[in-house]
Ligand binder design. Structure first.
Ligand SMILES: [Mg+2]
Length: 280
C-alpha cells in the first residue's frame, strides 16, 4: 500500500515524536508498504526533514519527503507552467525563472528541478520571471511585497505553496504562507493561478506520482479534517484521521459525512490495526 503520511500532529508534535510511530512505520515498510511523508510546510528543503525524521528513527530517505515546496517544484516542471516559449521577454535567455517570495528551502527545491530563482527585488524584476512562487517568508518586507506584486502584474504566474493562514509554533500561532498569499493577491489584484498544498489535492498527487503510484490508490494519514482529510476526499483517496494532532474527537463527531475520513485512530497501536483492516 502507498501511505501518504502527514508530519506535524502524526509523526511528531513539534520536537517530540508521536509514541509508537517509528516502530509502526518501520513495520509497514518491512511488510512492503511505500511511505511518502507530506507536509504543507514550504520553509525547509527536504534534506532538513530527512535529518529530523531519521533522528527520530522513522524509516525515510530524502526522495520520500514531499513538502509543499518540493511538490511545487515538481508541479512546475510537469504541467508546462514554466515551459514558456523564449519570446525574448526574458532578457537572461531561455532558462525558466521563478521569483521566490519565501524562504531559502523553497528556492533550493526549485533550483533542484532546474529552475532559475531570483529574489523579489529590482534585479529579480528585471529578469522578467515566469512565475512568482509564494511560501512562508521570514524576510517579508514592504518592498518584497510590492516587487512580487509588480512581477505578477507584468505577467508572471502566481503560484502558492499553500494557503494556511497560520501555523502552530512553540509560543503561539505564526503567520503562514496563506497570509503572504492574501497580501499578494490584494496587492496584485489577482488570486493565485495554482495552489499546491492541502486542502488542494496537488500535494498528494505529486507525492504519489513521485513514487510512480496512482494518488487515488493512496491512503492518507493525517491529523487535520480541514486539510488532510479534505484533500484526500477531493482526490477520492482513502484516509485515516489520527487524533494525535489538531482535530479533536468532538470536531470529528460534528463533521458532516462528506468531510469524514475512511477510518479513525487514537494512536499508533490503533493505526496499525486500522491499516491491517484496510489492506487490499
Ligand atoms: Mg498535521
Amino acid at each position: 500500500m502507498l501511505l501518504l503520511v502527514d508530519l506535524d500532529g502524526v509523526v511528531y508534535r513539534g520536537a517530540t515524536p508521536v509514541p509508537g510511530m517509528a516502530t509502526l512505520l518501520g513495520q509497514r515498510v518491512a511488510a512492503g508498504d511505500t511511505i511518502v511523508y507530506v507536509t504543507n510546510n514550504s520553509r525547509w528543503h527536504r534534506d532538513e526533514y530527512h535529518a529530523r525524521l531519521a533522528g527520530m528513527g522513522m524509516p525515510v530517505s530524502p526522495d520520500r519527503i514531499v513538502t509543499a515546496a518540493r511538490a511545487t517544484a515538481l508541479v512546475l516542471t510537469e504541467d508546462g507552467a514554466m515551459a514558456v516559449p523564449d519570446d525574448g521577454r526574458r532578457p537572461t535567455g531561455g532558462r525558466p525563472t521563478a521569483m521566490v517570495f519565501g524562504g531559502p528551502g523553497l528556492a533550493r527545491e526549485l533550483r533542484d528541478v532546474g529552475l532559475r530563482t531570483v529574489a523579489p527585488n529590482g534585479h529579480g524584476l528585471e529578469a522578467a520571471p515566469d512565475a512568482v512562487v509564494v511560501g512562508v517568508d521570514f524576510s517579508l518586507t514592504y518592498r518584497r511585497l510590492t516587487t512580487a506584486a509588480e512581477a505578477i502584474r507584468r505577467g508572471a504566474r502566481f503560484i502558492a505553496t499553500n494557503r494556511d493562514p497560520v501555523y502552530p509554533a512553540a509560543d503561539g500561532l505564526w503567520a503562514g504562507a496563506g497570509s503572504m498569499v492574501a497580501a499578494l493577491a490584494v496587492a496584485s489584484g489577482r488570486e493565485p493561478d495554482v495552489v499546491i498544498g492541502k486542502p488542494e489535492p496537488r500535494l498528494f498527487e505529486a507525492a504519489a506520482e513521485s513514487v510512480g503510484e496512482d494518488p487515488r490508490r493512496a491512503i492518507v494519514i493525517g491529523d487535520s479534517l480541514a486539510t488532510d482529510i479534505a484533500a484526500a476526499n477531493r482526490l477520492g483517496a482513502r484516509s485515516v484521521l489520527m487524533l494525535t494532532g489538531v482535530t479533536t474527537r468532538g470536531q470529528l463527531d460534528a463533521a458532516p459525512a462528506a468531510a469524514r475520513p475512511t477510518a479513525v485512530a487514537e494512536d499508533a497501536a490503533e493505526l496499525s490495526r486500522v491499516l491491517d483492516a484496510m489492506r487490499d
